[in-house]
Design a protein around this ligand. Structure first.
Ligand SMILES: CCCCC/C=C\C/C=C\C/C=C\C/C=C\C/C=C/C(=O)SCCNC(=O)CCNC(=O)[C@H](O)C(C)(C)COP(=O)(O)OP(=O)(O)OC[C@H]1O[C@@H](n2cnc3c(N)ncnc32)[C@H](O)[C@@H]1OP(=O)(O)O
Ligand code: FAD
Length: 659
């Protein structure tokens, strides 16, 4: 006898008569049918392992127990890697990120940094010989590493890092020192308790001269006992807003000696006599950060997909208030206000992914040419990775919070999974370059390009400005032109502000600081243009069935109009937008909300996120929200007895005290 599977009647209705093939969207997002099959096989393989399931929800464990539990599962996952049905790289990517990995390692993977930064640093910064020495050990997990750059006193300003590595030509060693409290490394993930090695960024001194920050391979702990080595002061920094089992740590050095060969020497070298050999580009030692900025764009997008799926399904199950007097309470999704909260982030998930795909392609192309010694693409890669990391993380964090709010009180429960998702996405605003700082890097590139009439592909529009009539065309292609005009216009306003500040007598750095508001706005407009252009162009260039193209085009139009309405001032200022145009866009926007609304559940279904990955009673496929919320409450330790012992200890005496 087959067991009948429950499905909430409202969700069932939402899923009836879907006009497009959901599987086609799934394949589109996965990058092909075969990729979908592989992903599903991998998910079944991992998620069917009973040992990877939690006995109690993580929330009820202590800080130390959470770490131990996540480490247990993380190690088990690594054992499973060898038999994985997908390739090793694909499995690792799935396990380190916000998708499959987050279904098992809910509070953060204690060995994530090993794969996300330590191995990439070795590959990007190590010579062939150095890679031969350490990479195999790293891949085999004989050693576990992290990336230790940020210090207590400095994270952004890398030239201000204090950790010193002084070359001693007599012993052919570097001496590592933390000259002050603020020089302690502070924040590196996995550093607190897990890693026994690190790539440490330190100021390199040789022949009495500081040559700037360089990467050093440093052993931190004994490979057998895991005790810190002499001169190594290491520990964990304590609980955070999220990612609590990433064991972010601190690290100090008290005259720790390492052999010369442990300077990672792919780009610059120190010869035996202490002679320093410069790199071809001084920023090559920043390469590991560029890689992570690129993958973060993909990761926050997956997190946003999870949040939107939870909120959309819940909003179709939840009935509240009265729309028509006397009628049954409507699904909250039928309120236009709710659609305005949820459909823009739903559309954004597609825009962000398509832009992140473009960035990933640029990363690979640029990396290949840099391997051949050609640095031409580096400025464009740096500019675009900063722009997209900053835009995707900040927009996704705002959207995730909106999704949480759209679920009312239940969205505030830990078990809704919104707190965790938010904790992860908002962290990405800060790590790998604080967003404001990255916006200013982007602005620097834009101003330089505009002034010098030279720059990479992503900023070509600042050089070859479009001529022709400045009418407002509200087709998607016309809208892209509006975004372009805004980006050019805001860069020009920022330049005018800089020139104005110079005329006032400001020195260049002061002129820059006093133009920061305009510079950041220009950088954001550039990033938005890139996303909008990627969205429109990718749909034009893809082979999709007519029904799938129709729904994705509606989402695209909705999204690109949403951003205009959100920042109409910029469009009035720079793109010749008139009141009538705005009103026309406004009515188009609400028409699109209504047109997309009936397909919202079908679209999030096509993300194909398993319940374990969503991790929320509000977002499960079956929509059995209330029963699942009750089941979660039953897990609270406070519900294991009718009367808690603290009643007798504290409350009863108070009740009897006749205050
Ligand atoms: C199996 C694979 C793994 C799959 C992974 C899957 C999922 C993972 C997803 C998520 C990750 C999960 C967990 C990880 C969590 C957290 C990890 C976090 C790690 C960290 O945070 S590491 C520390 C990061 N720190 C920073 O980012 C510091 C920010 N600061 C800087 O980058 C720089 O200092 C600065 C702000 C950019 C400025 O540097 P500065 O030296 O002062 O330079 P300027 O004078 O301002 O500029 C000079 C010149 O150089 C150019 N420039 C600057 N940076 C770069 C660069 N990176 N590349 C190229 N060029 C650069 C700049 O443009 C200037 O050029 P000019 O031509 O104008 O002179
Ligand atoms: C979850 C998490 C994980 C991390 N993992 C790692 C890791 O694995 N390894 C590692 O090395 N580091 C790691 N970090 C550290 C992270 O990279 C830094 O916190 C980040 O680069 C910001 O630096 P900061 O903390 O010094 O901030 P600050 O630079 O002190 O920023 C404080 C404020 O000053 C502003 N500000 C700073 N400089 C400027 C400027 N030039 N112009 C305008 N405004 C400015 C910023 O915008 C911000 O508002 C992690 C951080 C977090 C939160």
């Amino acid at each position: 006898m087959t067991k009948e599977i429950y499905e909430n009647p409202d969700l069932k209705k939402e899923r009836q008569n879907c006009p497009f093939n959901k599987e086609e969207i799934t394949n589109f997002l996965d990058g092909g049918k075969e990729k979908t099959t592989e992903r599903r096989q991998l998910e079944t393989y991992i998620l069917s392992d009973e040992q990877l399931k939690d006995a109690v929800p993580m929330e009820y464990l202590s800080h130390a127990d959470k770490y131990a539990e996540e480490l247990r599962k993380s190690c088990l996952l690594m054992h499973k890697l060898a038999d994985s049905p997908a390739g090793q790289v694909q499995t690792l990517r799935a396990l380190m990120g916000a998708g499959l990995g987050s279904a098992i390692l809910k509070e953060g993977n204690p060995i994530a940094l090993h794969y996300v930064m330590f191995i990439p640093a070795l590959m990007g910064q190590g010579t062939v010989e150095q890679q031969a020495k350490w990479l195999e050990k790293a891949y085999n997990l004989n050693i576990i590493g992290t990336y230790a750059q940020t210090e207590l006193g400095h994270g952004t300003f890398l030239r201000g890092l204090e950790t010193k590595a002084t070359y001693d030509p007599v012993t052919k060693e570097f001496v590592l020192e933390s000259p002050s409290l603020t020089a302690y490394k502070w924040w590196p993930g996995s550093l607190g308790k897990t890693a026994n090695y690190a790539v440490v960024m330190a100021q390199l001194y040789t022949k009495g001269k500081c040559e700037g920050i360089h990467p050093f391979m440093v052993q931190l702990r004994d490979e057998e006992t895991h005790e810190p080595l002499p001169g190594i002061l290491v520990g964990e920094i304590g609980p955070k807003l999220g990612m609590n089992t990433n064991d972010n740590g601190y690290l100090g050095f008290d005259k720790v000696r390492i052999p010369r060969e442990q300077l990672l020497m792919k780009h610059s070298q120190v010869l035996e006599d202490g002679t320093y050999v410069k790199p071809t580009n001084s920023k090559l030692s920043y390469g590991t950060m560029v890689f992570v900025r690129v993958v973060v764009c993909q990761d926050v997008t997956v997190n946003l997909r999870k949040a939107v799926t939870i909120a959309t399904r819940y909003s179709c199950v939840r009935r509240q208030s009265e729309l028509k007097p006397g009628d049954r309470e409507p699904q909250v999704m039928d309120y236009q206000a709710q659609q305005h909260k949820l459909l823009p982030p739903l559309a954004a998930t597609f825009g962000f992914q398509l832009a992140a795909d473009h960035l990933w392609n640029l990363y690979n192309t640029a990396n290949n040419s840099m391997e051949q010694g050609d640095m031409e693409l580096l400025p464009d890669l740096h500019g675009l990775s900063c722009a997209l990391k900053a835009l995707c993380s900040s927009e996704a964090a705002n959207f995730v919070e909106t999704c949480r709010q759209s679920c009312g009180g239940h969205g505030y429960m830990s078990c809704s999974n919104f707190p965790r998702i938010y904790g992860q996405v908002t962290a990405a605003i800060t790590y790998e370059g604080e967003n404001t700082v990255l916006w200013l890097q982007v602005a620097r590139y834009l101003v330089k390009t505009r002034k010098e009439k030279s720059g990479g592909l992503s900023v070509k529009y600042l050089i070859d400005e479009e001529k022709g009539p400045r009418t407002v065309d509200t087709t998607p292609e016309g809208i892209v032109k509006l975004y372009r005009r805004v980006a050019v216009g805001l860069v020009d306003i920022a330049i005018a502000e800089l020139e104005n500040n110079s005329r006032k007598g400001y020195a260049p750095h002061d002129a820059w600081n006093h133009a920061a508001v305009h510079l950041i706005k220009a950088a954001q407009a550039h990033a938005r243009l890139f996303v909008v252009e990627s969205f429109v162009d990718s749909l034009k260039g893809s082979r999709l069935s007519a029904p799938v193209r129709a729904i994705l085009s509606q989402l695209c139009e909705l999204f690109i109009i949403y951003w205009i309405l959100d920042r109409s001032g910029d469009f009035f200022l720079c793109a010749n937008l008139k009141k009538e145009d705005l009103l026309q866009l406004n009515s188009k926007y609400v028409q699109l909300l209504a047109a997309i609304r009936p397909q919202a559940v079908n679209i999030v279904d096509s993300f194909d996120l398993r319940d374990e990955i969503l991790g929320s009673p509000l977002g499960c496929w079956d929509g059995n929200v209330y029963q699942r919320l009750f089941d979660e409450a039953a897990k609270s330790p406070l519900n294991q007895k009718n009367v808690h012992e603290s009643f007798h200890k504290y409350l009863k005496p108070l009740l009897k005290s006749n205050l």
